[in-house]
Design a protein around this ligand. Structure first.
Ligand SMILES: [Fe+2]
Ligand SMILES: [Fe+2]
Length: 352
């Protein structure tokens, strides 16, 4: 890959202005320009011009970017209309997005809009990317503990859920979903999505703090039993054989039994994990519970779980749109399988 021509334009302009830029060639196919600005309010602006849809390049960028202060603006060069890259740039903490081909004037306009350094600094808020990373780490810990049969400290998990709830209030469900889809796949993507959707659901339903954290924690942990399901079965694009399906259907019990014996998870969380595949008409699993035997919080998780599964990226099918997913959910509610009130609440959450 050649160095983007935009960088040489900027280099020329800046050099004639007497500001010496440093073009840093990062590892494979990742380019970035750093400049030491003479503007008193702007110290080290950086322009990043990489393929933001390439997960590996993004990972390289994240590991290569030096620690930056809030007065060091991060600019991303984006092809106009490239929504995925736009979202990714925001997640990576971009101060501004400029259009490709990059114009020096546009960069200067962006930098001029920055507040002077001596203004009151904004309070630091955790980025959605940070929250997603932290949640993924918590999930990895839980699945690792289940695989190894080791105890799981539930308090850090609850703390993570409090951070998810806060992040959701700050950025909304849309950015959470986009961020998770870009960085994760498979069971990880699914659990992170369900945790986000469940948190937004709890906020919309004005649940009390205890139920909110229980629902979010149940969502985060509901499928950790899949840690012991062979990957070939989990990733199989074709229809599962009866034997394979029976193995997959053990995951609620695997997770429940692990959490009951190896953690201090509450009864509410244990129920959520064990019963999230139960249907109101008794056709679900593992116990075939029906009606009132399925508690209200679990009904909410089931709806969030099915919605998330439908809108996820899968290798063998495109993700459903919000409208398509809601249509499926209302159909299941009409058939008496899931809670209609919970579906209506979810529709408010995801449909704005
Ligand atoms: Fe599940
Ligand atoms: Fe699930």
């Amino acid at each position: 890959m050649q160095q983007p021509s935009s960088l040489s334009i900027i280099r020329t302009k800046r050099t004639t202005d007497g500001i010496e830029p440093v073009v840093k060639r990062m590892r494979t196919q990742v380019f970035c320009i750093y400049e030491r600005s003479r503007l008193p309010s702007v110290r080290y602006p950086a322009l990043v011009d990489i393929d933001l849809t390439n997960r590996r390049h993004v990972e390289i960028l994240k590991s290569d970017l030096p620690r930056r202060s809030k007065s060091d603006p991060l600019l991303f060069a984006i092809t106009p209309g490239d929504r995925t890259s736009l979202v990714q740039a925001r997640i990576l903490g971009g101060s501004f997005v400029v259009s490709k081909p990059v114009q020096v004037d546009e960069i200067e306009r962006c930098l001029a809009r920055l507040a002077p350094a001596d203004e009151e600094p904004e309070p630091e808020i955790p980025s959605v990317h940070h929250s997603i990373t932290r949640t993924a780490e918590a999930l990895e810990t839980a699945m690792g503990a289940l695989r190894a049969g080791k105890p799981l400290d539930i308090e850090p998990m609850s703390e993570t859920c409090r951070a998810i709830v806060a992040a959701m209030q700050e950025v909304g469900i849309g950015r959470w979903l986009e961020g998770v889809r870009i960085h994760h796949e498979g069971t990880f993507q699914h659990c992170l999505l369900v945790a986000g959707v469940a948190s937004a659901f709890a906020a919309a339903a004005k649940m009390n703090p205890r139920d909110t954290i229980a629902l979010c924690l149940g969502a985060l942990l509901h499928d950790i039993g899949k840690a012991v399901v062979p990957k070939e079965i989990l990733d199989k694009p074709d229809k599962l054989t009866p034997v394979e399906y029976a193995i997959v259907k053990r995951h609620p019990v695997e997770a429940h039994d692990f959490l009951r014996s190896k953690s201090l998870a509450s009864e509410a969380v244990l129920r959520l994990v064990r019963d999230h595949h139960e249907f109101l008409d008794g056709s679900g699993y593992p116990a075939g519970l029906s009606g009132d035997a399925i508690d209200g919080l679990t009904r909410c998780l089931t709806v969030c779980d099915i919605y998330s599964a439908l809108v996820e990226e899968r290798s063998y099918r495109p993700p459903a749109t919000t409208r398509e997913a809601l249509k499926v959910l209302f159909g299941l509610a009409r058939d008496g399988k899931i809670d209609l009130a919970a579906v209506r609440m979810l529709a408010l959450v995801v449909d704005g």
